[in-house]
Design a protein. Structure first.
Ligand SMILES: O=C(COP(=O)(O)O)N(O)CCCCO
Ligand code: NA
Ligand SMILES: [Zn+2]
Length: 283
């Protein structure tokens, strides 16, 4: 069933587990996410970035995700990932999305607060929950590339002020993760996470979680992360299976015989994440 993001994340926050937020841009990735959630009995957040909306078209991808979510036997939220454009966020709200991120983290704190508060007021008036970001998460986010050196971690006191003044439902924090594949091993600032959770006592979001070692993920969940964004690991599962399949079978030409196995490969990765995050059997 299609539910709001806060319905899923408030429970995760209270019970101390995390829910996967997986990016999609087509039918097969969406199917892989929904089937993984049903097979592990997990709530799940299906999210689309602004790049994904451009690729698929907002009406088409909204229809695919909403149709599959409404038919699903587990709670599913439909979330806009890294919303930076006001009109895009409004289009998602008009297309029945149940959660939106306003990412104004590239602006100074005051402006981030103003921009976020505006989206919170509009989305809340429509019963839609909101994610925002304070601190800069490194890596490349579609059209935004933040040089790792500039990536600045979230200041706990600023995060408390931000949460209070914006009314945001869940907060993306920068504690050392980055979008895309890691070159070395990411070093997460767990002390900072602990401090932020103690001060804010609300659902927290970890971006750039692909490539983070399982032990670090488990520790982050134990310290209060409740939404975990995964895109790269699913993309890599798809592409690895595709390469192997075309290598092994030079005759295949039916897209269904190619995309079907790729969907299965993505589903297996997603199921493992749901178990690791502690969301399995929580639906
Ligand atoms: O935080 C994430 C996922 O990050 P990761 O690249 O670690 O899967 N996202 O918000 C997805 C961003 C889309 C471009 O990758
Ligand atoms: Na990553
Ligand atoms: Zn992200």
């Amino acid at each position: 069933m299609l539910v709001t993001g806060i319905e899923i994340l408030e429970k995760a926050h209270k019970e101390g587990y995390a829910v996967g937020a997986f990016n999609t841009s087509n039918l097969e990735i969406t199917q892989a996410i929904v089937e993984a959630a049903e097979e592990t009995r997990s709530p799940v957040i299906i999210q689309v970035s602004e790049g994904g909306l451009k690729y698929a078209g907002i009406e088409a991808i909204s229809a695919i995700v909403r149709t599959l979510a409404e038919k699903a036997t587990v709670p599913i939220a439909l979330h806009l990932d890294h919303g930076t454009d006001f009109n895009t966020i409004m289009k998602c709200l008009r297309n029945g999305w149940t959660s939106v991120m306003i990412d104004a983290s590239k602006f100074p704190l005051e402006e981030n607060i103003q921009r976020t508060r505006k989206i919170v007021e509009i989305a809340h008036s429509m019963g839609v929950s909101v994610e925002a970001e304070i601190g800069k998460i490194g890596g490349t986010e579609d059209h935004i590339t933040v040089d790792e050196r500039e990536a600045s971690m979230t200041d706990p006191e600023e995060a408390l002020r931000f949460a209070k003044e914006t009314g945001v439902d869940y907060l993306a924090i920068a504690i050392g993760t980055a979008h895309g594949p890691y070159k070395g091993e990411p070093k997460l600032d767990f002390e900072r996470l602990k401090r932020i959770k103690e001060l804010l006592n609300m659902p927290l979001v970890l971006h750039g979680a692909s490539g983070v070692p399982e032990e670090a993920i488990k520790k982050a969940v134990s310290l209060g992360i409740n939404k975990i964004n995964i895109d790269t690991d699913v993309r890599q599962a798809f592409t690895a299976r595709l390469r192997r399949l075309l290598e092994e079978d030079k005759e295949v030409y039916d897209p269904r015989k190619i995309l079907g196995p790729c969907k299965e490969a993505m589903k297996e990765v997603i199921k493992q994440k749901m178990i690791l995050f502690g969301s399995s059997l929580k639906a």
